[in-house]
Design a protein around this ligand. Structure first.
Ligand code: PBG
Length: 338
């Protein structure tokens, strides 16, 4: 006969392990879930027919020629991924200080978007960045005057860039430049041009982070930027209240959704943004985060599939409605087998 009286004080009244004991119960109690509908897949397009160029700092990610991009987007459609974000690796000879190629309606990204939309129509959303760094010979996201990235002149260029991308068929314009007032200006430019239904996903809280390195290799802007940095427009990594001001401004200027970037080290910001505004909130698991996990997995130090799923579920737990991630295709495949 157990001595209930003696043990009463020391036994826990609440046993949280009870609900964790069996798989059925763990599934039942689960608060957050990762679904294919949460994924946005970033892709890099380059010039040339039949091209697949590996990117050494982004294992498993390639720069693709336009027909390969169309194929990759077809794969995304099949997997049920709701949207892709396409970034151009502009040929170096097209990069200039004034970034004229950004507003060329026949530039690489516009041709890629046209091809993708022609092949896949509304079965998938296409997101394009608005920022000048893929086109600038100095690697900055804006126009440079006397060593400084100027705001208003840059915004005027960004509006023209948004229009050529809208004409090409892009569904969501994603300003990633961090100039002040660009969301409002782009919204007005799109509306005046008749693109009332093209969404704006604002890179609202985008930090001057060291985690973008492999992306800059992918689009070939790392060498152009050299020892330069983007701290006069991207946010100080030390700040959190300021992120809320950025998000508030972008919403008031007409952003349909907002983004926090980078991702994993900034989940506190994702949570604050989601709690404060309750708007569609996205997070970008950026190139350096992906590279970091892949590097550890390659060495056998981490289990690739497990950390991939855990890291993405953590975004959901933090309040993100969706995640831009280079793991999107692998995750979608894995989820479809589950
Ligand atoms: C361009 C842009 C960058 C990223 C997305 N859009 C790089 C930067 O701001 O320097 C980074 C994405 C990644 O690292 O995966 N403005």
């Amino acid at each position: 006969m157990p001595d209930f009286h003696l043990n009463m004080g020391s036994y826990p009244e609440t046993r949280l392990r009870r609900t964790r004991r069996n798989d059925w119960s763990r599934r039942l109690m689960q608060e957050n879930r990762l679904s294919v509908n949460d994924l946005i897949w970033p892709l890099f397009v380059c010039e040339g027919a039949n091209i697949r160029e590996p990117i050494s700092s982004l294992p498993g990610v390639e720069r693709l020629g336009i027909s390969q991009i169309v194929e990759a987007v077809g794969e995304a459609v099949e997997l049920g991924i709701p949207a892709v974000a396409i970034f151009p690796a502009t040929p170096p000879d097209k990069k200039t200080p004034e970034c004229e190629e950004a507003i060329n309606a026949k530039n690489l990204i516009c041709r890629a978007v046209r091809a993708v939309k022609k092949a896949h129509g509304d079965r998938i959303g296409v997101i394009c960045d608005v920022a000048l760094d893929p086109y600038s010979s100095h690697g900055q996201d804006g126009l440079v005057r006397e060593g400084y990235v100027v705001n208003d002149e840059t915004v005027a260029m960004l509006c023209r860039q948004a229009i050529v991308q809208a004409e090409a068929g892009c569904d969501i314009i994603a300003p990633s430049d961090m100039m002040d007032g660009r969301v409002g200006a782009i919204r007005r430019a799109l509306d005046v041009a008749g693109y009332l239904d093209i969404q704006i996903m604002a890179y609202a809280a985008k930090y001057a982070s060291a985690f973008y390195g492999p992306f800059r290799d992918a689009v070939g802007s790392a060498a152009n930027l050299g020892a330069g940095d983007k701290r006069t427009y991207q946010m100080d990594v030390a700040n959190s209240d300021e992120a809320l001001r950025e998000v508030a401004l972008d919403i008031s200027e007409g952003a349909d959704s907002v983004m926090v970037k980078p991702g994993m080290p900034y989940l506190d910001i994702v949570r604050r943004v989601k709690d404060s505004f309750g708007v569609p909130t996205f997070a970008y698991q950026v190139s350096g985060e992906y590279a970091m996990l892949c590097a550890a997995a390659e060495r056998g130090w981490l289990d690739r599939e497990k950390v991939m799923l855990e890291s993405l579920l953590a975004f959901k737990r933090a309040g993100a409605d969706g995640i831009l991630t280079y793991f999107a295709r692998d995750t979608a495949k894995l989820l479809s087998q589950a």
